[in-house]
Design a protein around this ligand. Sequence first.
Ligand SMILES: [Zn+2]
Length: 222
Amino acid sequence: MSEQELRRKIVSIGKKAFDYKLLSGTWGNISARFGKDKMLITPSGFEKVALKPSDIVLMDLQGNILRGKWKPSSEVPVHSLIYKAREDVNAVIHTHSHYAIALAVTGQEIPVLTSEFAAAVGHKVPVTRYAMSGTQEFAKEVVRTLGEGKAVLLRNHGVIAVGDSLEDAFQTALLVEDEARTFILASSLGYAKPLDVNEVKRLRDAYLKSYGQEKRRLSLRF
Ligand SMILES: [Zn+2]
């Protein structure tokens, strides 16, 4: 994918994240890997809904700006550390979605409750220890807690979702918010029973096997 296409896609994902209420105001940030060791990332202080492709900043993973007229997101350290640690990750989305943030504030991980979540994410969503956002300490804590997973809750802060494409990371961010809402609503009615771990594995394996078809199904329309 060309740099220009990737810039356009980040802008589209930003608008979608607004539509789905995963982002509000100037909060949150979105990035995509470009080549092996560069990334395109949203600028600091912009509403993601109002971005233009030319606003996106091209950087190397050492934190140097290669092309861009604006200051990049203050969360550059965590985005670049994830790309360095995870060769399989090509996109990172950081949201402040409402139900997930309620769990991040109370320090409760999201269990796997629904078959959709088991298939498309495949693991419970752990909570990081608190660290000040934008710091190396925060970046290291996110990478440590994320491990090989697709999403983490950031203690007293929000969500980070990753994927092999922007669509994949966006879908995970959306599913995390849906699963958090389900968890909170179901808990208010009684015990929210998690899916059995073997069943989660079975659903996840079946999903990964059909991922070629799934990928087409997941293609977002821009
Ligand atoms: Zn944030």
